[in-house]
Write a protein that binds this ligand. Structure first.
Ligand SMILES: *[C@@H]1O[C@H](CO)[C@@H](O)[C@H](O)[C@H]1NC(C)=O
Ligand SMILES: *[C@@H]1O[C@H](CO)[C@@H](O)[C@H](O)[C@H]1NC(C)=O
Ligand SMILES: *[C@@H]1O[C@H](CO)[C@@H](O)[C@H](O)[C@H]1NC(C)=O
Ligand SMILES: *[C@@H]1O[C@H](CO)[C@@H](O)[C@H](O)[C@H]1NC(C)=O
Length: 510
């Protein structure tokens, strides 16, 4: 599990009441009216009380708290099921966000996902976490909160957005009347310390679902606490704090945050079909690959259009192709979703090291992938040597069964993806027929999947057809401590090119 979930807080929304501090007595700390820190949250930062200060919140950028995938798994607790008003509001709120963002983000019933929201109606108040916290996170829809607008406000927090008036540039747009604010509540009007990516890209929005009302936290309802500045005198103060629907800017924020404007190229598959067939493959859409009868799919059967850090998008995992039965014979691929690796490889270990398929994040904070490489899903599988449970120097090895394969004259490629991030990282060494082709000693500089592709020259011989064999061996050696999970996914051994119908480049030559 990665470090991306560190910078998290819990946010309260108290629209109609300011008695927001009673929900988790002794465990919560109220900030910005409807924000509190849940000190029971597991955090890898050591001193949780000190780490969770306001400046810590202020330095949290929207992008750093967004969900790994914009498919937010949810469960609805019985306390909501028993309250029809709240139940309808939750369902309508979710649906309205999906519809208005054209399914850029989706709320899906949880199956086994580790990270999910738990919608409850326990005690008073409406509150929610900001962004993906990791594990179960509560969204409370208490009495008085059962309208789609209020639910959507909470869900925007879930998606990673802070209050509009906490933007660093808010003083240009709104004036805060501190003299009218309830004693001790001025901190609820703090602003964030610096301009973040979101502010740079999307300007202040008086009409946002995330804006306070003109009299939020007022000593008396008739007093104003926040009003448009003179320069924006044309904006009526009553426009602030609407809880009807996403504003146009709220929609843009969601599309921006989840990069839903990026697109992937149409997938190619010779001697097979891809589905769905459409002229636009938007970020986070999926495509499935099926080969014509008689051909065998080599590579993943499903891929996800993943936004890249540079603003473009690309399909996850390796590019699949349809091999004729003869060609399939000399390739092997395992997406680590099933035990395919057990058919292709033997697993050996020293000490307490193990290699097994892991679905979703590993159990240790600060190391291990949050999602698999093939599908970018936190329920899909990859192979892992977990540092927890093993001792320094213990090694788990994957050794391919020495399979003679038909040789078509091409060079042979070994391709795989690895994820090694953590302060106690050990090493991964890869050998092909006894020759070292790859080694990673210690941690990479961030938690991400990286592709490795190597051309090898296996021995080949006449037997009585031209044949070769590749003996692939991967050794994952445990480092000094538990923050050292070593993960591998999408392992391919086979021809680099000359694959009929394959349009990709298996191992780009340097
Ligand atoms: C949701 O929250 C309620 C109340 O805290 C808890 O009893 C329930 O177990 C939670 N559901 C899940 C799936 O964690
Ligand atoms: C956000 O703004 C930065 C510069 O301020 C720009 O480079 C980037 O392309 C913008 N991104 C989007 C999605 O608008
Ligand atoms: C991780 O680091 C690599 C290489 O330094 C870089 O190319 C990649 O964009 C980074 N990924 C993330 C998610 O930061
Ligand atoms: C697709 O399959 C047909 C029938 O086997 C074959 O003739 C054709 O060459 C294949 N196309 C490609 C590009 O491999």
């Amino acid at each position: 599990m990665g470090l991306r979930m560190i910078a998290q807080t819990i946010m309260f929304l108290s629209l109609f009441s300011v008695a927001e501090n009673k929900f988790i007595p002794g465990k919560s700390k109220v900030v910005e009216g409807d924000i509190y820190f849940n000190q029971a949250e597991k955090r890898p930062l050591g001193d949780s009380t000190k780490a969770q200060t306001r400046s810590f919140v202020a330095s949290t950028t929207p992008v750093s708290v967004r969900w790994t995938r914009p498919n937010i798994p949810y469960v609805i607790h019985d306390s909501i099921l028993n309250d029809k008003t709240a139940f309808d509001a939750v369902n309508n709120g979710m649906k309205m966000i999906q519809d208005m963002t054209k399914n850029c983000v989706r709320f899906l019933k949880r199956s086994t996902e580790k990270n999910f929201i738990n919608v409850t109606n326990i005690g008073g108040g409406c509150y929610s976490g900001v962004g993906q916290i990791g594990g179960e996170q509560t969204v409370n829809v208490g009495p008085g909160c059962g309208t789609p607008g209020i639910v959507m406000h909470e869900l925007l927090h879930v998606l990673g957005f802070w209050h509009e008036q906490s933007r660093s540039d808010r003083d240009t747009y709104v004036q805060i009347h501190f003299e009218n604010i309830i004693l001790g509540k001025a901190v609820e009007f703090d602003k964030r310390s610096g301009q973040d990516e979101l502010e740079k890209n999307i300007s202040y929005d008086f009409y946002s679902l995330l804006h306070y009302k003109y009299n939020t936290f007022a000593k008396l309802d008739s007093l104003d606490t926040i009003t448009p500045t003179k320069a924006f005198g044309h904006v009526p103060k009553t426009a602030l704090g609407q809880r009807e629907q996403l504003s146009a800017t709220d929609v843009r924020k969601v599309l921006w945050m989840y990069q839903c404007t990026a697109e992937c190229k149409s997938p190619q598959l010779t001697n097979g079909t891809t589905s769905p067939t459409t002229d636009r493959y938007m970020a986070w859409s999926e495509v499935t690959y099926t080969c014509t009868t008689g051909f065998q799919l080599v590579g993943p059967s499903r891929r996800t259009c993943v936004p890249q850090s540079d603003g473009s998008s690309g399909w996850s995992g390796m590019e699949p192709f349809c091999a004729s039965p003869a060609n399939a014979y000399y390739t092997q691929y395992c997406d680590m979703e099933t035990d395919c690796f057990k058919l292709q490889y033997g697993v050996y270990s020293t000490g307490a090291a193990t290699l097994r398929v892991q679905y979703g994040p590993t159990t240790t904070e600060g190391t291990g992938p949050d999602f698999d490489n093939t599908y970018r899903s936190d329920t899909a599988g990859y192979l892992v040597m977990e540092a927890k449970g093993a001792n320094v120097g213990d090694t788990a090895s994957l050794i391919s069964r020495r399979r003679i394969q038909e040789y078509n004259g091409d060079r042979i490629c070994i391709m795989f993806y690895f994820n090694m991030f953590g302060t106690d990282m050990g090493s991964l060494t890869v050998n092909a027929n006894g020759v070292k082709v790859f080694e990673q000693l210690g941690s990479t500089d961030n938690n991400s999947w990286r592709m490795v592709c190597r051309q090898v020259n296996p021995p080949w011989h006449w037997s009585p057809w031209w044949a070769y064999y590749v003996s692939l061996r991967m050794d994952a050696k445990r480092g000094a401590g538990v923050q050292g999970d070593i993960a591998v996914d999408d392992v391919y051994v086979g021809p680099c090119k000359s694959i009929p119908g394959y349009s990709g480049v298996m191992c780009p030559t340097k």
